[in-house]
Design a protein around this ligand. Structure first.
Ligand SMILES: *Cc1c(COP(=O)(O)O)cnc(C)c1O
Length: 284
């Protein structure tokens, strides 16, 4: 239970599902999005998993850690030329055995895979784990809580894969509200729709809380993350869950949730990304 003066005033019962705590490296929703890819790669007798991400990618680190755990070789195609100093995320991925392959931003956009890497041993996972298998995995997230106790589920949205899994597995009557962390991501609605088995009405995507765009932030967001931590002892990341919790708080303020709503907030992990902020910015 997250108890804050605002939630109490609005008579909201808010809980948070701490997926950030499931594993120190395979954090949050990334494990759920990867689990069936790992199964499938093993089933197909593949030896390597290749995927894509940026220098601070939670997905890259989670893939590196999961591959080590399941004895698969990991290859990360990394957006942008190699920097003089690797990010802590990439250092860790490398230490876990991942082969890092740096590509120009243009090549990265096309998701080009160097020929010498793309052989029959190679199983490819989309950037961010987007797709049907990731959705299937995300559908198992709600097995980790008493899902029929909530009538609202709120989550951060990047590719929409996790959100699709939550929409599919939510009990009828529960509304899923996704907070997009990208600016003007007009493709998101279609992306989520393609991941759903049928037309579904139990969800809404809100685009007003991106704080300038993907991985962008503003002093107001960082100040909120500190104050949210003081009030609830829950650490958040500035790329996803900080924006999510800011949004939930702001939506509560604006009476988006009717009184007596029972809200489940999905803490989808990602805390490692805070290492890209200047030291001392956050109090946790
Ligand atoms: C990747 C990620 C998301 C977004 O998940 P999608 O399935 O791509 O929408 C949300 N929160 C965190 C912490 C993430 O790392």
């Amino acid at each position: 239970m997250l108890s804050t003066p605002l939630f109490e005033k609005r008579q909201l019962d808010v809980s948070i599902l701490r997926l950030d705590k499931i594993h120190p490296l395979i954090s949050g929703n990334k494990w759920f999005k990867l689990r069936f890819h790992i199964d499938e790669a093993k089933k197909q007798g593949k030896k390597k998993i290749l995927t894509f991400g940026g220098a601070w990618s939670n997905h890259i680190l989670a893939t590196a850690a999961a591959c080590k755990l399941y004895n698969l070789f990991a290859i990360g195609i990394i957006r942008g030329e190699k920097a003089a100093a690797l990010s802590p995320t990439l250092i860790q991925a490398k230490e876990l055995g991942m082969q890092l392959v740096f590509t120009s931003r243009e090549e990265y956009k096309k998701k080009m895979i160097p020929n010498e890497l793309n052989d029959e041993d190679c199983y490819i996972v989309n950037e961010g784990g987007f797709g049907a298998r990731g959705t299937e995995g995300a559908s198992s997230i709600l097995a980790h809580c008493k899902k029929n106790e909530y009538n609202h589920i709120c989550c951060a949205v990047g590719t929409g894969t996790m959100m699709a899994g939550l929409i599919i597995s939510a009990v009828p009557g529960t509304k899923v509200t996704g907070i997009s962390v990208l600016k003007n991501n007009t493709e998101l609605q279609d992306q989520v729709t393609t991941l759903l088995p049928a037309k579904m009405e139990n969800y809404e995507i809100i685009h007003e809380y991106h704080f300038g765009g993907y991985a962008k932030h503003k002093p107001e967001l960082l100040a909120f993350m500190n104050s949210f931590y003081r009030q609830t002892s829950v650490p958040t990341d500035f790329v996803y869950t900080g924006k999510l919790c800011f949004a939930v708080n702001d939506l509560a303020e604006k009476n988006f949730f009717p009184p007596e709503s029972r809200i489940l907030v999905i803490h989808s992990g990602g805390l490692q990304g805070n290492q890209s902020l200047n030291k001392g910015t956050l109090i946790f």
